[in-house]
Design a protein around this ligand. Structure first.
Ligand code: PMT
Length: 224
């Protein structure tokens, strides 16, 4: 029987990639399938939480009992997440949000022009950093980091800079870890200094482990 240890909790999960349009038929995006975020939403709902899933474009079906909000761009994700942030007790940001978008979006299909072509990009808002600034004492914030090098150093920097309670880092150079696989290999860094290194496992199992850490934090807080 699944424990109902997240009953009564409002959980906001983000998943999938964002798409940043260039013209009516083209966009910039990344390889996120949404599997990690959907697994977190599914497991949180099974453990009794009320779950809102803000999702970029994926081919997945939202888990039963989860309210799904579909977005395309990083700015749409930013708006949807901020709209639901205040009522959330826990936010988990598994989405792979584009850091940059094309500066100009052409209203017509861009035509071939010469041998080379330049694209001007501009920064997107950092959703997670904004949540870190707005976070209230009762709210828990869990970020992800997809790294190809200096995993520990980058993870710890994100944990403090973005004011997170937990950071889940995946080394996306390991076969079976990160984008599009059914499995992942993660290390969970806590603000308390506790680090948990997990072996290769199914993303549903990874989601259980992340939510176990969350449940532990909640118990400690309630006891404090
Ligand atoms: O979807 P899957 O195919 O299952 O793959 C899962 C995953 C690899 C996408 C997932 O496990 C993961 O690592 N997600 C975060 C990917 C990422 O964009 O990492 P990052 O290091 O660039 O971003 C760090 C954190 O800041 C993330 O929580 C991200 O959601 C957030 N962010 C980033 C940029 C931005 N503009 N706004 C953000 O909120």
């Amino acid at each position: 029987l699944t424990p109902q240890d997240l009953a009564g909790l409002d959980v906001l999960v983000t998943a999938g990639p964002t798409r940043e349009p260039l013209d009516p038929v083209r966009y910039l995006s990344n390889r996120s399938s949404g599997k990690m975020g959907y697994a977190l939403a599914r497991v949180a709902a099974l453990r009794g939480a009320r779950v809102t899933l803000v999702t970029g474009p994926t081919s997945l079906i939202p888990p039963p009992g989860v309210e799904a909000i579909r977005v395309e761009t990083a700015r749409e994700m930013y708006d949807a997440v901020l709209q639901h942030f205040e009522q959330a007790d826990l936010v988990i940001k598994a989405a792979a949000v584009a850091d940059y978008r094309p500066q100009d979006v052409s209203s017509q299909k861009i035509k071939k022009q010469g041998q080379d072509m330049q694209l001007q990009l501009t920064r997107n808002p950092d959703v997670l950093a904004e949540l870190g600034r707005r976070k209230k004492d009762h709210q828990l914030l869990v970020g992800f980091a997809a790294e190809t090098n200096d995993l520990e150093q980058n993870a710890l920097a994100k944990l403090t800079r973005k004011n997170l309670d937990l950071l889940v880092a995946n080394d996306v150079t390991i076969p079976g870890a990160g984008f599009d696989y059914d499995t992942n290999v993660v290390r969970i860094f806590g603000r308390d200094g506790e680090v948990e290194s997990l072996p290769l496992m199914d993303k549903n199992r990874v989601a259980q482990k992340i939510l176990d850490r969350v449940a532990k934090l909640l118990t400690t807080r309630r006891g404090a």
